[in-house]
Design a protein around this ligand. Structure first.
Ligand code: NAD
Length: 308
């Protein structure tokens, strides 16, 4: 098995790479380093600083004799997507299409794709299962859904196997505080500096937060299970912004009050993803509850921000 991780210098990708190397795999990473950081990459990785939209991808995949691909490279900044759907479609859709073309023309057996809960849009029932209506409310969600469909078609036409994962909000060490979904990193970096985090709305908005190591373990299981399946990877727990703040205050031993600002109109009020299918098919379950995941995350940010 020879593994390629696209976006391997990013938040989730670099954690996945660390674990794959720990398990003894040989890893190639392709990342254009727009958001990814070399300092987050394990020293045993072979890094190609390249864009997944470029022709050179074919050469890399063939020369390296890649058999399995974790595809995480994507433009994930929702703000930017809202205003620039063209750039986003080029990066995510065209990038994924180029990758699929290169994969089936080489010896790649399987692609494991990081998609998003944003494909579902406004939930009609909670928790949201994989068979829920697909009605993305953002260009980001739509672009990921288009990628999912291409991946499905390549399996039908060229027998390139896949597992598609849909994540809600992933949190943990190395996340960019300004990234889409980086709410934990955003709250924490402010609180550690003794500043108030901003809560949009009245704090009752709820979301599903899954710890990055749980996402990593699900990806590893997909090397062996879950062929041609779409699976939610989540905690299956609704957490309000108010509760998130309370938990962080408790772990930090602080009592920081938030600033409240009006919520965006398109914000989804409550969200929670059903992970029952992934539990059965992957023989996986989340090992971190909110508190244990937050403790790990607080430790990381406290160290890098030199919290006293
Ligand atoms: N973090 C979350 O909460 C979350 C939730 C749902 C889905 N996802 C998905 O998981 C994946 C990883 O997310 P993340 O939070 O680690 O993001 P990230 O921005 O930290 O990582 C993405 C990486 O891809 C690289 N990249 C982007 N475009 C590229 C291109 N054209 N060619 C080569 N490299 C490119 C970036 O430099 C970065 O290192 C993404 O596909 C994202 O859509 C993340």
């Amino acid at each position: 098995m020879k593994i390629l991780v696209t976006g391997g210098a990013g938040f989730i990708g670099s954690a996945l790479v660390d674990r794959l190397i720990e398990l003894g795999h040989s890893i190639v990473v392709i990342d254009n380093l727009t958001w990814g950081k070399v300092k987050h990459l394990h020293s045993k990785v072979k890094l190609y600083k390249a864009d997944i939209k470029r022709r050179v991808l074919q050469e890399i995949i063939s020369n390296e004799k890649i058999t399995h691909v974790f595809h995480l490279a994507a433009q994930t900044d929702l703000q930017e997507f809202g205003t620039d759907p063209l750039t986003e479609a080029k990066n995510n859709v065209i990038g994924t299409l180029n990758l699929l073309e290169c994969c089936w023309r080489s010896d790649v057996q399987k692609i494991i794709f990081s998609s998003t809960a944003a494909v579902y849009g406004n939930p009609e029932t909670l928790p949201v299962g994989e068979d829920h209506l697909i009605q993305p409310q953002s260009f980001y969600g739509l672009s990921k859904y288009v990628c999912e469909n291409y991946i499905h078609l390549y399996q039908k036409l060229y027998r390139l196997d896949y597992t598609i994962f849909r994540y809600p909000i992933v949190y943990g060490p190395r996340q960019d505080e300004n990234s889409n979904g980086g709410v934990v990193a955003n709250f924490l970096t402010k609180m550690i500096r003794n500043h108030s985090p901003v809560i949009f709305g009245d704090g009752t908005q709820s979301r599903d937060f899954v710890y990055v190591q749980d996402v990593v373990e699900a990806n590893i299981q997909a090397l062996y299970y879950g062929n041609n399946q779409i699976l939610n990877i989540s905690s299956n727990v609704e957490v309000t912004d108010q509760r998130l703040l309370e938990e962080l205050n408790q772990i930090l031993g602080m009592n920081i009050l938030p600033l409240y600002e009006p919520g965006a109109r398109e914000e989804i009020e409550c969200f929670c993803l059903d992970n029952a299918r992934a539990r059965t098919i992957l023989n996986w379950s989340p090992r971190y509850d909110l508190k244990s995941g937050l403790i790990e995350t607080v430790n990381y940010y406290s160290n890098i921000l030199d919290y006293k």
